[in-house]
Design a protein around this ligand. Structure first.
Ligand SMILES: [Zn+2]
Ligand SMILES: [Zn+2]
Length: 71
């Protein structure tokens, strides 16, 4: 069984705070809102898959699926 981790620790690029966020299993999310400073931030590079891949400690569920396939 493929185990998908949906809880990411986000790292806010504005205030540097870390907060937990649940990642949706389907779809790409291009921005996130910091729970501390309320800044809405997007992806770091235009090449990045989504905001979770840019600013969290985990890959998003979509990227996790691709990574598992390639192993
Ligand atoms: Zn913040
Ligand atoms: Zn992603």
């Amino acid at each position: 069984m493929l185990k998908i981790n949906t809880e990411a620790i986000m790292n806010c690029p504005n205030c540097g705070s870390k907060y937990k966020q649940k990642m949706p299993q389907i779809g790409k999310h291009m921005n996130s809102k910091c729970v501390f400073c309320y800044t809405v931030f997007g992806i770091k590079n235009s090449k990045d898959c989504c905001v979770y891949c840019s600013y969290s400690n985990k890959l998003c569920p979509e990227a996790q699926k691709i990574n598992t396939k390639n192993k």
